[in-house]
Each structure stands twice: as structure tokens, then as C-alpha cells.
Design a protein. Structure first.
Length: 350
């Protein structure tokens, strides 16, 4: 009887030890999967960028370099259990304080990436645009430039390499970081179509202009008035009046654009003969394409131009960014002399 009791007692002890071992093992594996594995030193979200076609080793190296996780081995173990190595997806992923290995791996496996707010403005050329975009998305600027120079591709979209910049409307857009250049272009084309809604198209028709012409004129307005939006419609009105009178637009920034010199402050007499269809002193009408990427305020300034009788304007001599407006050349020359003297005083020769 005593021997039987000893056997039973031993069995209870063994069972107890097994239970305790199981509890410890369960607790250990539970922590590996569900406990916070993000470093306490992480005070704000960290964004993990994974390029398309990356493998698990690249992901691990990125996390190790960033020193984001407390225990890399537990993360690797969960990755193995969830077969993540065969399901690596490119993208921009948010890692936040309190996140467990399970949450992180699930996000990575499912491709549940965090979109970015892509912004572009103050752009003069498509090369500047490509550079600005490539700084925010995964592809490099050359990939986008190649697309924007592809005549066959652009022809199908209704653009040319020279005028495609008019399709991009400066604003803030939501994008996934690993979008391809083609996907980016497609999204921008959709935004372009949305921008040119019925209300804007009706105003465009009343102006008897194409969208390209309105964007090009808006780019000139913006080049002339990039400081004060409240004056853009008045500047636009001057150019509309000139077009109606079949006068040349005579915009200095168009010549600087033609010359490829954006640092110039003064137009010299010899510059007026520079050979280019963008030289609005030499050629009438609206240039073939925008001289910069016009902002929405500039395009709307053209569509809602101020109706007046002014046909001249020039910068004020106080360098405030505002302009004098004139209905006749005599008055314009008086104002022009003021800014010339002010430029001379500052030693600005060109």
C-alpha cells in the first residue's frame, strides 16, 4: 500500500512538474508572439521601407540596423512560424510602440503598408519634378524621366514630352511608397481629369482655350507673381487683354526659361532676340508648353481673371512682390524707370 501511494505521489509530482513546465513554456512562447517587442526607446512610429523583390534577410538587416526591436531572435522565430520568408512584400510599414511580433509580421505578410503624403510644388521642369517625386517614392528619377520622355507612351495619353508637365497638378496626394512610375503616372492622370471638372471646363470654353493653353498661361502668371496670390487674377487679366488685342505677351520669365537661366532678375535688350518659341517678345500667342508647374491658384487665376483695361505691369521698386499696372505705355515707362533705378541701386545687373 505504501509503495502504491509513493507511485501515485510521484506521478502527481511529475504531472505537476510537467504542468509547470508547460505553463512556463506557454508563457515563454506567448511572450515571443504577443508581448511588446518594440524598443522602449522608440518614442514615435518608425517606418520600415522594403523595396520590391526584397527577401527576409534584407528585412532583418534593416530592422537590426535601425535597432527597433528588443529581441531579433523572437521576431525571426515568428517569421519562420508564419512562413513570412516566402511572403515578403515591398512597401512602407509603420512600427509603433507596443507592437508585438505577431502584429508586425501580420502587417508585413499582408502588405498592410502605411501610405505617404506626397507633395510637390515650386517645380520648373519635368527633371525637377522627377527628382522631387523620387525623393518620396521608391523608384529613382531616371525611371520617371524615361517615362516622361517616352513619345509612344505619352501619345496614347494625349501628351508629348514637351507638354506632359501640364498634367501634374501641384497638391498633396496619398500614395503607397513602392508604386511604379507607371502607376504614379496613372494616378496623376486621374487627378488631372478630376481637377478639370465641369465648372473649370465651362470657364475654359468661355476663354476659348485648351487645358494646355490655360496651364501654360497660368505658368507665366505664376512666374510673374509667385508671392501674392491675391494679385494673380489681375496679372492674368493683363495677359488676356494682350491676347485679345493680338499683342505679344512680352513676359520676361518666358525668355529666362528659353535661355535655361532661372537666376536672372533683369532682361537685357540682347535677350529679346533669343531664338525660341518660348520667347514671348519675339513670338505672339501662348508658348507651346508651361514654363513651370503652375499651382492651382495660378490656373484658377486664369480661369477667373480680373476684367480691367490694364495692358502693362511691372514690379514695384520696394521689392514687395506687388506690381504697378498701367493702361498706357507712357505710364508704364514711368513705373519701369522706378524699378530699374532700384535694381541699379542694389547692384543687380542681370
Amino acid at each position: 500500500m505504501n509503495k502504491k501511494k509513493r507511485i501515485i505521489k510521484a506521478m502527481y509530482i511529475i504531472a505537476g512538474l510537467l504542468l509547470i513546465t508547460a505553463l512556463f513554456a506557454g508563457y515563454f512562447f506567448y511572450n515571443m508572439i504577443y508581448a511588446n517587442n518594440v524598443s522602449n526607446q522608440l518614442k514615435q512610429p518608425y517606418y520600415l521601407y522594403i523595396k520590391n523583390n526584397s527577401d527576409i534577410n534584407t528585412v532583418m538587416d534593416s530592422l537590426k540596423t535601425a535597432n527597433v526591436l528588443v529581441d531579433m531572435q523572437s521576431f525571426k522565430w515568428v517569421c519562420d512560424k508564419k512562413n513570412y520568408s516566402k511572403k515578403v512584400k515591398g512597401g512602407r510599414y509603420e512600427i509603433i510602440p507596443g507592437m508585438s511580433n505577431n502584429e508586425l509580421v501580420n502587417n508585413l505578410r499582408s502588405g498592410n503598408q502605411k501610405p505617404i503624403k506626397l507633395t510637390f510644388n515650386s517645380i520648373r521642369t519635368k527633371y525637377e519634378l522627377a527628382k522631387k517625386i523620387s525623393e518620396q517614392l521608391s523608384f529613382d528619377s531616371l525611371e520617371l524621366i524615361n517615362l516622361l520622355n517616352n513619345k509612344d507612351f505619352l501619345k496614347k495619353q494625349g501628351f508629348t514630352p514637351e507638354n506632359v508637365i501640364s498634367m501634374f497638378i501641384p497638391n498633396t496626394y496619398e500614395f503607397y511608397w513602392n508604386k511604379s512610375p507607371e502607376s504614379f503616372f496613372e494616378k496623376m492622370q486621374q487627378e488631372y481629369q478630376k481637377f478639370w471638372n465641369k465648372e473649370r471646363l465651362d470657364k475654359l470654353n468661355r476663354l476659348n482655350m485648351t487645358r494646355l493653353q490655360a496651364s501654360t498661361l497660368a505658368s507665366i502668371v505664376q512666374a510673374e507673381q509667385s508671392v501674392h496670390n491675391d494679385e494673380k487674377a489681375r496679372v492674368a487679366g493683363v495677359y488676356i487683354n494682350r491676347l485679345k488685342k493680338e499683342m505679344h505677351l512680352e513676359s520676361c520669365p518666358t525668355v529666362f526659361y528659353a535661355m535655361g537661366d532661372f537666376s536672372r532678375r533683369r532682361l537685357l535688350n540682347r535677350d529679346l532676340e533669343f531664338e525660341s518659341p518660348y520667347n514671348t517678345y519675339k513670338y505672339g500667342g501662348i508658348p507651346p508648353a508651361p514654363i513651370n508647374l503652375p499651382e492651382i491658384s495660378s490656373i484658377d487665376a486664369v480661369l477667373n481673371y480680373e476684367k480691367h483695361n490694364y495692358i502693362f505691369f511691372c514690379a514695384k521698386e520696394d521689392f514687395s512682390g506687388y506690381h504697378y499696372f498701367s493702361t498706357n505705355l507712357k505710364q508704364h515707362n514711368i513705373y519701369a524707370r522706378r524699378i530699374q533705378l532700384a535694381l541699379n541701386k542694389k547692384g543687380i545687373k542681370q
